[in-house]
Design a protein around this ligand. Structure first.
Ligand code: PGA
Length: 251
């Protein structure tokens, strides 16, 4: 594994200020696992408070707009995330792609805006169940990478890919270790085409129903550099079990 494992919580549209107590507990737990990099992407409304509270975790956005400012009611720019204390943002989550119609080109523009604002960026890709069943999973993910990855020259070191099969998100179902290994190898190959030698520096996370029970096995798969965790990141107990599994999977 080229870097410390990166375990990122995606809180989605969950959490009011009451949830800051849980964030503090995550922060305290993360401080005991220096070998693991821990991130949390709360709703926009909690970013500033969490960023002020914690040094042991990096706080991130779940999306950003491609423009810096302007007449985009309801949107938040990467510059604003950075200003609020975020260190990274997720872009292209399958829920955004499906429910907000985000194309690969839109995701790429957001990723480039995030990098330009000085954020790291996590670009999500993943196939649907029908695409996997018809043998197209790797082709679909390769095409998403081609269309969604930022082409900023300094990109590779600040870019992470999250491979999240759509059918595994929130379902309790996970691919086999062999399928995860095959897909991560395919992603690594495609990153080499996109970034040349620098493609080796891009971290690849697995996401989709990661929990305390399956984290160790998933994190031990070759070229799994961490996890993007939804449901199991909402309580410090379950999230920190995953952080601790990442600590023991370090090479
Ligand atoms: P899940 O979500 O862990 O609840 O499956 C993962 C994600 O959507 O990032």
């Amino acid at each position: 594994m080229p870097h410390r494992p990166f375990i990122v919580g995606n809180w989605k549209m969950n959490g009011t200020r009451a949830q800051l107590a849980e964030a503090r507990a995550i922060e305290r737990g993360a401080a005991r696992h220096a070998g693991v990099r821990v991130g949390v992407a709360p709703p926009f409304t909690l970013i500033a408070a969490m960023a002020e509270d914690g040094q042991a975790i990096v706080v991130g956005g779940q999306d950003c707009h491609a423009e810096e400012r302007g007449a985009f009611t309801g949107d938040v720019s990467a510059v604003m995330l950075k200003d609020a204390g975020a260190g990274f943002t997720i872009v292209g989550h399958s829920e955004r792609r499906a429910m907000h119609g985000e194309s690969d080109a839109a995701v790429k523009a957001k990723a480039e805006a995030a990098l330009a604002a000085g954020l790291e960026v996590i670009v999500c890709v993943g196939e649907t169940e029908a695409q996997r069943d018809s043998g197209q999973a790797e082709a679909v993910v390769s095409a998403q990478l081609d269309g969604s990855m930022p082409r900023d020259e300094s990109a590779a070191g600040r870019v992470t890919v999250a491979y999240e099969p759509v059918w595994a998100i929130g379902t309790g179902r996970v691919p086999s270790a062999a399928d995860v290994a095959a897909m991560h190898a395919a992603i690594r190959g495609r990153l080499g085409v996109i970034y040349g030698e620098d493609g080796a520096a891009v971290r690849i996370l697995y996401g989709g129903s990661v929990n305390a029970g399956n984290a160790a096995e998933l994190l031990a798969v070759t070229d799994v550099g961490g996890a993007l965790v939804g449901g199991a990141s909402l309580t410090a107990d379950s999230f920190l079990s995953i952080v601790s599994a990442a600590g023991t999977s370090e090479e």
